[in-house]
Every structure is written in C-alpha cells, then in structure tokens.
Unconditional design. Sequence first.
Length: 369
Amino acid sequence: MSAPNKNFDPVVPAALDPANLQANVDAALAAIAGAQDLQALKQVRLEHTSDRSPLALANREIGALPPSAKADAGKAVGAARGRVNQALKAREAELKEAERERILTAERVDVTMINDREPVGARHPIHTISEHIADAFVSIGYGVVEGPELESEWFNFDALNIDRDHPARTMQDTFFVGAADSGAVLRTHTSPLQIRTMLAQQPPVYVVCPGRVYRTDELDATHTPVFHQVEGLAVDKGLSMVDLRSVLDWCAATMFGEGSVTRLRPSYFPFTEPSAEVDLECFACRGESVGNPDRPCRTCSSEGWIEWGGCGMVNPRVLQSCGIDPDEYTGFAFGMGIERTLMFRHGITDMRDLVEGDVRFTTAFGMDS
C-alpha cells in the first residue's frame, strides 16, 4: 500500500488506474463465465473477491489518495467489485439450476412403475446345469434315469466288477450305512443306475444318469464329500470307441462351445475295458502355454489339458451280470463331475463356493447356468 499523500500529490496508484481496474474486471468476468460447476465457481470467487484479489488490493490503495480523489476512486472500485459480485451471483444461480436439472434427470423415479421390493432369488447353478446336460442328451435320443442314493454293495460294486479287495470298498473311501458288513452304502457314483437300467430294459439302451454321490474326501478347493456326477450308458449292436469319442466331442462342444477339443488317455476302470481318461483342452490358454515359460497357465499348470472325466467300453463281465450277451451287444460308458464341468464353464476356482450357501454367489447365475 502506498504511503499517505500528505502533499496532495495527484499521482494515481497503478492499482487504481481505470485501465487496470477494467482489465481486472474483465479477467474476473471471463473466469466466472468459464466456471462449469459450483466447485470451479468457488475457486473463481476466492481468486477475484478474497482479501488478496486484485480488486481488494486496489480498494486498499484508496487510502493513499488525497481527499478530493478518494470519492471518485471509491466509486470506481465499488462499481468494479459490484459487477464482479453480480456476475458471481448470476452464474451461481445458473449452475445451481443446471445441477438441479441434472439430478432430476439422473435420479428420476417413475412412481407409477410397479416395484418388487422383495429381492429376486436364483436357482443353484448345480441344479440348472444338471438340467441343461439332461436336456442336451434328451435332444439326441437318450433317456434320463434317477434312482436311490442309498445303494446295496451289489449294485454299487459287485455288478460293476469291483472285487471285494478293491480299495474303494473300504471305509476309508466309502460311507457305509450301519456296520461295515451291512451291505448298504451311500453310492460312490451313479453307475448303479446303469445296472438297474440294464436289468430292467433290454438293449438298445441309451441313458444318462445325473445325481448326487458321496465319498470320504476332505472339503477343499477341488474336493467335497458330497458332489454330483452325470454318467452315460449306451448298449447296442456294433458300438465302438469311435461312437464313444463322437459323443464326448459333441458333449464338450455343447457344454463349452464349438471348437472345444478332447483327448483320451489310456487308463483303468474295473467296469470298462478298454478304459480312458477324458481330457479337455485348456480353455484358458488353448495349449499355448505348453513349453512357453513366457506364458504360464495356472488353470492347466502349462500342460495344455485339464482332466474332465472317465470313459470306456463296458466290460463284458458287467453286461453278463445284467443278463446281456456280450457276444451280441457292446456298450460304452462315460462319466464326469458336474461341479467340475460348472467350474470349467464359468471359471470358478474354488469348489467350496458351490456348497457354502452364499446367496451372493448363486444370485449371479440367475435362473440359468
């Protein structure tokens, strides 16, 4: 601030020069017009009306003027500050109205619309994918068979060529109901339904058997003591591994989309001969991670394939135990876990999510898998 002008020096401070006042007003008006929201306008207000603003500093310089010049200078500064304040007030009203219109548009509620206040539920994805699998096989002529979960050892083991000394028949792997020699078990697979079907129906037989099964596994990310399987059985004249492979490729394409690739690895199951494991080409890397350290795949451990299930030609002893002549008829069987199929289909990494009953998990699937 300039020193008091006791000698009535007519020199006007630069801050009070009319040209400078007009420049400061023009700068303030331009900044006000350019403010796009209330927050930006608040910043403009601080810059052009606060104690350190150019117009406030010009107002302080009035005290350095001679008495005859103070009135005119005061009127000029007051008019300049008044124009700025009026522009601020008008712009604030415009921005508030624009914000109000935006809120009314964005948050508009149609009070005439019927609103369901009850949350919409969802079916468990295990149930929906089981129905999806069953419907797919029905579309190609297969029947769907269901049966008891409490089975006799004969249906669960003996008729399937599983000997008395097989490890699967111990309490370490199987849930026995009552004493170990009671002869009643919780089924370890849905294969007993195949036996029941062959005993009740003469060939040709084409069925799938979805259902819940039980094994003494610990609950972890990839195992659960109660899970679901779907098994298929075909018994007819002239069936071969070629027919089995075609059904598996069709099933993979139905479950995971066109272009899905399967392979068979030699294996052993008492109820099929020859037997094979069914592998599915990794849906994450499509085999590109094999031998490529720059692109590791956690889904298949960079092997390019994921185990999906088991299959094979029905063992002649199994056909004989059901009263079917193996010299006249042949058959193939296959089976895979429904949980594993669901995990592959939707990229689920932890099987515990399927059994813990968290509605946030099941709601994501809606009414269809």
